[in-house]
Ligand binder design. Structure first.
Ligand SMILES: O=C(O)CCC(=O)C(=O)O
Ligand SMILES: [Mn+2]
Length: 205
């Protein structure tokens, strides 16, 4: 399935087996998306994470940074991201997610894709600290990228391909993380950098 070619301010709903995606195509205006991108690119504590895959160190093809409430620890593939204290623009988005959409979060993982060679491979956001059926709200800024879903077990289920434009917000809920993998593939055509903010609620200890 391909998302609509026509930009619309109306939220688009995609029912995935066991879960739901809601895409708000212009949750942040084009102008605001542009200024926010520039600010985040220079202000966040970007770092190059090195994860372990089958016991070997792998330099991930993107930069990332982790912000959240005290005690919000997050680790994936054997790598624990250092926790940074909230910055105002990040907490303003968190408040808007709560007030407008009722989405409660306590942390945000920021990803910086420097160009089309940066990517994220097939995975689910199903780390134990995110709990059962997490709601994940993902804001896209900068260059437009394709984002795909494929079922984790049933290979007959058609994949879903979305185009994430700057200012768009994708909310993943229900059992999406348990039943589906998602990825942001590399692209030879893309040269523009992109920042993605994925707001999450981790169980604090
Ligand atoms: O960049 C994106 O849109 C998604 C990133 C992602 O899936 C993740 O950080 O878990
Ligand atoms: Mn993810």
């Amino acid at each position: 399935m391909q998302s609509s070619l026509f930009a619309s301010a109306e939220p688009q709903r995609f029912m995935l087996q066991g879960g739901e995606l809601t895409l708000y195509p212009q949750w942040v205006s084009e102008r605001k998306a542009c200024s926010l991108f520039r600010w985040l690119e220079k202000s966040l504590a970007w770092e190059q994470s090195v994860i372990q895959i089958y016991g070997r160190p792998v330099v991930i093809p993107r930069l990332n940074a982790w912000y959240g409430d005290p005690g919000c620890n997050y680790q994936y593939s054997g790598y624990r991201l250092p926790l940074n204290a909230w910055l105002d623009p990040l907490s303003e988005i968190r408040t808007r997610l709560h007030d407008e959409l009722g989405v409660e979060t306590n942390s945000v993982l920021a990803n910086l894709y420097r160009d089309g060679q940066d990517s994220v491979g097939w995975h689910s956001d199903d780390e134990p600290e995110l709990g059962q059926n997490p709601v994940i709200a993902s804001l896209s800024l900068g260059g437009e990228r394709r984002f795909s879903f494929r079922h984790r077990r049933d290979k007959t289920m058609p994949p879903l391909h979305l185009t994430l434009t700057p200012g768009s917000l994708l909310v993943m809920s229900g059992a999406v993380q348990h039943n589906w993998h998602h990825c942001l593939p590399k692209s030879r055509k893309v040269t523009a950098p992109r920042i993605n903010l994925t707001y999450r609620k981790v169980v604090t200890v």
